[in-house]
Design a protein around this ligand. Structure first.
Ligand code: G3H
Length: 530
C-alpha cells in the first residue's frame, strides 16, 4: 500500500514561518492579524499515538470582507479607468518589469518545489516541471507579446480609411486558480492578463496557497502599487463581496462549473463581465480493436493517473471494444497494480491526496459502480490520505462513474461494439474537452475524428489527453471551458481590440504622421520591439 515516514526528512522540509499569514495589498506585503486557517499536508507522519497524522504547515490568513474589498479597491485605483501607471505603461517597460518578476520567481524555485510537494502531494519531478514550465510560459508570453506588438505597429489602410489596431486591457481581472496546478494554472491567466496592462486580484486556492507566498516580494518589487494583489480566505466571505461590487471586469476561473456559475450570477452587470474559465471534463479514451494494446495501456495508465488522476485533462473513462476488452483490462489492471506509491520526494507515481474526505468519496463512486455490476480489478483500498488507484470494469451507463468527473485515482472501463456509442456518449456528456483514440485502422480513426470534432476541442491519436504544448489552444465545450488559452490566445483573451481610425485624406495622413514621428502617443506609434 503506502508507508508514511516517522517524520519529515530535512531535504523536504520548508520553514513556512517566513511567509506566515502574509498577503499582498496595494503594493505592501501585510501580515494578517485576524482569523487564520491551518494548512494540513496530505503527507502524514507518525502522530503521538503512532497513527499517520497530516503534517501541519502552519497558519494562513483568512481575510474578511473588508480586507478583500481593500484589495479590490487597490486594483481599481491602479487601473484608474485605464489611466493608471500600469495600463498606460509602454509595452517595453511592462516586459522589463515582467522579466524582473520571472527572475525573482526562478530565485525561489526550491521553496516553490518543496511547497508544491508538501501542500498538494505532487512528486518532486512533477513539482519541478510545474515551476519550470510556468517560468518558460512567462518567457514565451513575453515573446508572443513582442510579436503582437510588431504586428500592431503597422497601420491598416482599407476602404478609404487608415487605422491602427491594438489590443487594450480590460480592467480589473479576478484570477482564481485550482489546487492541482496552483502555480501553473493560476499564472497561465494571471501573467498574460497582467502583461497586457490589466490589474489583478488573485484569490489563492484552498490547497496550494502557500506556494504563492514566496512570490509576494517579486510581485511587490516588479510592478506598480496595486497592480497585483494576492488574497486568501473562504470563497463566500472574500469573493462574494468582490463579485457583488460589480468592479471586476474579467473573471479568470479554473474550477468547477457550479462555482463559476455562482460567481457569474453575483456580478450585478453580467454584460460587463468577461469570463475565461477552465472547468470539469470527462475525457474518454477509446480502445479500438486494431489498437496496440500494450502501447494503449501505457498511455491510458499515465493519462488516467498522472498526479493521481487530479488533472482536468486526465482520461476519466475508457471505452474498450468488446472484442479486446478482457485482454485490455487484464493488462491495464497489471500496469496500475505495478505503479509505485510513496512520498512526493520519492521516485514514485502515486502519492497522498490533498482534499480531506477524498478517499471516502472515491470509495463511494467505486461502490456505486460495483452495485451496478462492475468488478474492481485493481486497487480501491485506502490508508489515511492515500487511495490505491482502482480499475473498475465493466462500468454500466447508469453508474455515477460513467458521467461524473472523479478527479482522482479511479479508472473506469466500459465496453462498446459500435462507434455510434462513442458519438452518443459525447452528445449526452455535460463536458467537451478532449478525447484519446487508440487504433491503427485509418478508416475507423477518420470516422471517429469526424464524428467527434464538433463535440470536443482536441482529439489525441494514440496518445493521452493533455494540455501541452502551451502553444496549442486549450479549451473545451459545454461545461468544460469558456474562452481559449494558449500562449498567444491568452493575450487575446484578456484584451479588447481598439482602433484609432481616420479617413485617408492627405491632411489626416499628415496629422497622424506628425503624431507618430514626434512620438506624441503610446498608442499611435510605429515603434516596435525586437
Ligand atoms: O488540470 C488541467 C491542466 O491544465 C492539465 O494540464 O495536461 O499538462 O496536465 P496537463
Amino acid at each position: 500500500m503506502i508507508s508514511f515516514p516517522a517524520e519529515l526528512p530535512a531535504h523536504a522540509a520548508v520553514d513556512t514561518t517566513r511567509w506566515e499569514r502574509q498577503w499582498l495589498c496595494d503594493g505592501e506585503i501585510r501580515t494578517w492579524t485576524g482569523a487564520t486557517g491551518r494548512v494540513l499536508s496530505p503527507v502524514c507522519v507518525a502522530g503521538p499515538d503512532g497513527a499517520p497524522t497530516p503534517v501541519d504547515l502552519g497558519p494562513v490568513a483568512m481575510l474578511d470582507r473588508a480586507a478583500a474589498l481593500e484589495a479590490l479597491a487597490a486594483a481599481r485605483t491602479a487601473w484608474d479607468h485605464g489611466r493608471g501607471a500600469w495600463p498606460t505603461m509602454r509595452v517595453g517597460e511592462r516586459i522589463e518589469r515582467m522579466q524582473t518578476f520571472v527572475a525573482g520567481m526562478r530565485a525561489v524555485r526550491e521553496d516553490l518545489v518543496r511547497l508544491l510537494m508538501l501542500e498538494i502531494g505532487k512528486t518532486r519531478a512533477d513539482s519541478e516541471t510545474e515551476v519550470d514550465r510556468t517560468a518558460i510560459y512567462i518567457d514565451d508570453t513575453i515573446a508572443a507579446l513582442k510579436e503582437l506588438d510588431r504586428t500592431a505597429a503597422r497601420f491598416t489602410v482599407t476602404g478609404g480609411f487608415v487605422g491602427q489596431i491594438r489590443r487594450s486591457p480590460l480592467g480589473v481581472v479576478l484570477c482564481m486558480g485550482p489546487f492541482n496546478y496552483p502555480l501553473n494554472e493560476t499564472f497561465t491567466t494571471l501573467i498574460p492578463a497582467l502583461l497586457m496592462g490589466n490589474t489583478i486580484v488573485s484569490k489563492l486556492p484552498r490547497f496550494g496557497q502557500l506556494v504563492h507566498l514566496p512570490l509576494l516580494p517579486a510581485f511587490r518589487d516588479a510592478f506598480p502599487r496595486g497592480a497585483v494583489n494576492v488574497i486568501q480566505g473562504d470563497g463566500p466571505t472574500v469573493i462574494g463581496p468582490i463579485m457583488e461590487s460589480g468592479d471586476v471586469d474579467c473573471l479568470a476561473f479554473i474550477g468547477t462549473s457550479r462555482v463559476a456559475n455562482i460567481l457569474k450570477r453575483q456580478h450585478p452587470r453580467p454584460n460587463r463581465l468577461r469570463c475565461i474559465t477552465g472547468l470539469e471534463a470527462k475525457n474518454p479514451a477509446v480502445i479500438l480493436p486494431s489498437a496496440d494494446l500494450d502501447a494503449a495501456v501505457k498511455e491510458c495508465t499515465s493519462g488516467a493517473l498522472s498526479f493521481n488522476g487530479q488533472r482536468c485533462t486526465a482520461i476519466k473513462l475508457i471505452f474498450a471494444h468488446a472484442d479486446i476488452a478482457e485482454a485490455f483490462t487484464a493488462k491495464l489492471a497489471a500496469a496500475v497494480d505495478a505503479l509505485p506509491a510513496g512520498m512526493p520526494w520519492d521516485k514514485v507515481a502515486l502519492t497522498p491526496l490533498p482534499e480531506p474526505g477524498k478517499a471516502a468519496h472515491l470509495t463511494a463512486l467505486v461502490d456505486d459502480a460495483v452495485a451496478h455490476g462492475a468488478r474492481v480489478l485493481a486497487g480501491g483500498s485506502s490508508h489515511a490520505t492515500f487511495f490505491r488507484p482502482a480499475v473498475v470494469y465493466p462500468v454500466a451507463p447508469a453508474a455515477r462513474l460513467y458521467q461524473e468527473e472523479q478527479f482522482g485515482p479511479v479508472v473506469p472501463v466500459t465496453t462498446f461494439r459500435d462507434l455510434g456509442e462513442i458519438d452518443q456518449f459525447m452528445r449526452t456528456s455535460a463536458y467537451g474537452q478532449q478525447v484519446a483514440l487508440f487504433g491503427q485502422d485509418p478508416r475507423e480513426l477518420a470516422t471517429l475524428v469526424d464524428a467527434l470534432v464538433n463535440s470536443v476541442c482536441r482529439i489525441n491519436l494514440n496518445t493521452q489527453c493533455r494540455r501541452g504544448p502551451d502553444s496549442f489552444p486549450f479549451t473545451g465545450r459545454k461545461d468544460s471551458a469558456e474562452g481559449t488559452l494558449s500562449v498567444t490566445d491568452a493575450l487575446r483573451a484578456f484584451t479588447i481590440r481598439t482602433v484609432v481610425a481616420t479617413t485617408a485624406t492627405d491632411a489626416n495622413q499628415d496629422l497622424v504622421g506628425e503624431i507618430v514621428t514626434r512620438r506624441l502617443s503610446s498608442f499611435l506609434s510605429t515603434d516596435f520591439l525586437f
